[in-house]
Each structure stands twice: as structure tokens, then as C-alpha cells.
Design a protein around this ligand. Sequence first.
Ligand SMILES: CC(C)(COP(=O)(O)OP(=O)(O)OC[C@H]1O[C@@H](n2cnc3c(N)ncnc32)[C@H](O)[C@@H]1OP(=O)(O)O)[C@@H](O)C(=O)NCCC(=O)NCCS
Length: 176
Amino acid sequence: MTIDIKKCILEDSRKLQEISYETFSETFKHQNSPENMNAYLERAFNLKQLEKELSNIFSQYFFVYFNNEVAGYLKVNTNDAQSEEMGDESLEIERVYIKSKFQKHGLGKYLLNKAVEIALECNKKKIWLGVWEKNENAIAFYQKMGFVQTGAHAFYMGDEKQTDFIMTKELELAGE
Ligand SMILES: CC(C)(COP(=O)(O)OP(=O)(O)OC[C@H]1O[C@@H](n2cnc3c(N)ncnc32)[C@H](O)[C@@H]1OP(=O)(O)O)[C@@H](O)C(=O)NCCC(=O)NCCS
């Protein structure tokens, strides 16, 4: 069993679109209308939008590979790429998605550890993320990884206003 990680480049936009559609759909289609799902998929994952994000120096995407097959991806943001104004001492995990057939093999944890590594390298003090209040699987996973709920914000799935919990993990900087 091998696990690898690779930072995405601009030329990965189509591959990124593919896995974004697939993982978002399998995660949320059972609890959302097809209209709202399609509206979100089109807005968030159109090629122009992904290319813009891949070109932003404050955003980074990574693919994780399980036995040489792409199994999931991670997106982290800092500075003004964060989706809330959290300041320069924070790093946001905006997306962490593992294809269902690869879940529970340690890949989500591997990607979260990557986010922690990046945050520490950049001297960030905390990592935060937004997670849909009904995504119980992800909430339990984040709690296991040491995140606690620190707030909430609105999230639009198509025209439906939903609530995302904001969860945060404080980092211990070396030497403190
Ligand atoms: C949430 C998600 C990223 C977790 O990734 P994963 O690869 O399945 O999780 P891992 O195998 O790395 O699990 C890491 C640890 O969390 C625990 N864990 C994972 N899911 C859990 C759950 N639902 N409840 C309790 N613990 C859980 C594991 O047991 C493991 O514990 P260990 O370190 O003691 O062995 C993955 O399930 C996923 O992509 N889900 C769909 C997309 C999604 O909801 N993304 C988040 C959007 S905000």
C-alpha cells in the first residue's frame, strides 16, 4: 500500500474538476435537491473558477494517491484567499474530500496532517474550516483530529441557505 501526495498545477484543472464533481456529488446528493446540487457544482467547479483558484498564490490544491490512483484532494487557503476574514495567522482547510471507496484508510488524516505541516511552516497559529451542520461523518472526523466548534456561518447550496459550523484547531508552535 502506497500513499503519495502531489501539489496541483494549473494544467490539473480538468482532473480537479472531475474529482470535485464526483466527491461533492457522492457526499451531498442524498440530502440536497438535484437543482441545488447542479447550481453549486456549476458555480464552484467550472473550469474558469478552478483555474483562478489554482493561480492564486494564497491557495494550494493537492491530490492524494492510493496505490497510484487519485483518491482524494485537499485545498488550503491563507491570507485573503480564506473564505472568511480570519486574519494572517490562520490557515483554512476549504476542501478535503476522499472518494468513498478510499475512505477510512487514513487518507483524510494524511491530508489534515499535510495542512498542519503547511500551517506550521508558515507560522500560522490556527487551522479552521467550515462544515455543514448535517455532515455528521465529517464533524466526527474533525473532532477526532482535534478540531472544536468555534462558530457558524451561512453557506449557499444553490438557493438554499444552510449553516456551516466553523471548527478550529489551535497549533502549538515549536519552542512555545
Ligand atoms: C471526512 C473524510 C475526509 C475523512 O477521511 P477518511 O480518509 O475517511 O478518514 P481517515 O481514515 O483518515 O480517519 C482518520 C481518523 O478519524 C477517524 N474517523 C474517520 N471518520 C470518522 C467518523 N465518522 N467518526 C469517528 N471517527 C472517524 C478514523 O477512525 C481515524 O481514527 P484513527 O486515527 O484513530 O485511526 C472522508 O470521510 C470524506 O472525504 N468524506 C466525504 C467528503 C466530506 O464530507 N468532506 C468534508 C467536507 S467539510
